[in-house]
Ligand binder design. Structure first.
Ligand SMILES: Nc1ncnc2c1ncn2[C@@H]1O[C@H](COP(=O)(O)OP(=O)(O)OP(=O)(O)O)[C@@H](O)[C@H]1O
Length: 264
């Protein structure tokens, strides 16, 4: 059985007496250590799917198993990083990460071990130099790095990234993508990431999951990205397999499943 097994998941919402089916029969198996991206037009249900995996929403059909255990509530085995950082503004960078570490490891690690663990994770994202700063005193990219450190510090079984680089400028985004690639290479995390960015999906993923448009969205196609790692963004620009993968995703999104407004 796959490490993360999303099986025939569906969800519908009722509003003013009308039921809308957002997702139908979503089937996805993710192996341990795999980096899987989900791409699809705005509103198709990507965040809804991620929130179901996070346990923040309950599927109305199907189910999810993580490492053989049913997912039906949020838990520290699934850490989420959102597009807009969710750091507590009154705490320092170190305290923000510390809060998560204390929650997960109190009773299992001593105070000194927890302090070292916080530092190790801040070092992993190159944020030790700003450990005593508060979120308002650091840049958007730095805040996302702290969010990633906080998520990694929980040692989740799966890291859920909801457009983690979406609000950043292009250069900061590239820098952070490289950092996440390095961390993934070093730690072997299992990652499920939502993105709108085709190049980002090709650069980072082992597989790209392409969603059809909603309502009743589902997985239209899953594209393996057979590029060797470590990957280098400059080399990929002219790499035939990379160019081919990019074209396949663009074709899916803009020819076969154009956004409703574009298709009209
Ligand atoms: N709690 C809810 N109640 C009612 N409708 C909801 C709820 N959550 C999501 N939806 C609807 O589900 C659909 C999918 O939303 P979702 O945010 O998952 O899409 P998305 O693909 O992540 O979009 P984007 O790329 O713009 O972030 C939308 O039509 C949204 O209005």
């Amino acid at each position: 059985m796959a490490y993360l097994d999303i099986s025939k998941v569906g969800i519908s919402f009722a509003r003013a007496g009308i039921r809308t089916e957002v997702l139908r029969e979503v089937d996805l198996q993710v192996e341990r250590g795999e980096y899987v991206s989900i791409i699809g037009h705005s509103g198709c249900g990507k965040s809804t799917l991620l929130n179901i995996v996070a346990g923040l929403l309950r599927a109305t059909a199907g189910g999810i198993l993580l490492d053989g255990k049913e997912v039906n509530a949020p838990g520290p085995d699934r850490a989420v990083v959102f597009q807009n950082h969710s750091l507590l503004p009154w705490l320092t960078v170190r305290e923000n990460v510390g809060l998560a570490v204390d929650k997960v490891f109190r009773g299992r690690k001593s105070r000194a071990e927890r302090r070292d663990w916080i530092e190790e994770n801040l070092r992993l994202v190159n944020m030790m130099h700003a450990a005593e700063k508060r979120p308002a005193e650091i840049s958007g990219g730095m805040k996302q790095r702290v969010g990633i450190a906080r998520a990694l510090a929980m040692e989740p079984k799966v890291l859920l990234l909801d457009e983690p680089f979406g609000a950043l400028d292009a250069l900061t985004r590239a820098h952070l993508q490289d950092q996440v690639m390095e961390i993934h290479a070093r730690l072997g995390n299992t990652i499920l990431m939502i993105t709108h960015d085709v190049d980002e999906a090709v650069l980072l993923s082992d597989r790209i999951v392409m969603m059809t448009n909603g309502p009743s969205a589902t997985i239209g196609h899953i594209l393996p990205i057979p590029l060797p790692r470590p990957r280098n963004r400059l080399e990929l620009v002219e790499d035939a397999a990379s160019v081919h993968a990019r074209a396949a995703v663009l074709e899916f999104l803009y020819a076969r499943h154009a956004a409703p407004a574009l298709a009209a």
